[in-house]
Design a protein around this ligand. Structure first.
Ligand code: HEM
Length: 129
């Protein structure tokens, strides 16, 4: 297996772990669970997301496919920022429960849009038809 393929698998595993954790935290948000206040529940997602981004940047470097050169990678970077911001509203900044739950739902949609961009290598993902 090449190093690049290893990075790609790492990237995909981190994406799966990231969305699984985010879905679980959304469930805890809806249930108003005290689990959300646990130290490791707050810190672990940042480590997973850092690894997701590290593997992305390493692949960008090795494959010489650059964001702001290739449209689909530009969209991924911009949508990743939107996903992170919506996640912050959902789990930290949102003033009311309904704002938090709406932001959480939009973040999940955003995540699957990023996956569709990755799989199709099209800036609009499966929305391109
Ligand atoms: C939530 C954020 C992200 C998710 C869910 C995600 C998901 C994925 C998935 C599922 C693949 C595999 C596609 C395939 O099987 O061909 C992939 C590949 C890739 N992603 Fe991401 N990605 C994310 C963020 C990023 C970012 C921010 C970048 C760029 C800075 C990036 C760069 C890449 C590259 C270069 C590939 C490899 C394409 C290839 O050579 O086959 N990803 N991503």
């Amino acid at each position: 297996m090449t190093f690049y393929l290893l990075l790609k698998y790492l990237h995909i595993v981190c994406a799966v772990v990231s969305i699984s954790g985010f879905l679980l935290r959304g469930l805890w948000l809806i249930q108003q669970s005290p689990m959300l206040q646990k130290h490791w529940v707050k810190k672990l997602p940042h480590k997973i997301d850092a690894l997701l981004l590290f593997s992305a940047l390493a692949m960008v470097y090795l494959s010489e496919q650059y964001p702001f050169v290739l449209d689909w990678l530009t969209v991924k970077v911009l949508m990743l920022i939107v996903y992170i911001l919506l996640g912050m509203v959902a789990l930290r900044w949102g003033k009311t429960r309904s704002i938090r739950i709406t932001a959480w739902f939009l973040a999940v949609l955003c995540f699957f849009f990023i996956v569709s961009v990755a799989l199709t290598r099209q800036p609009l993902g499966y929305l391109a038809g």
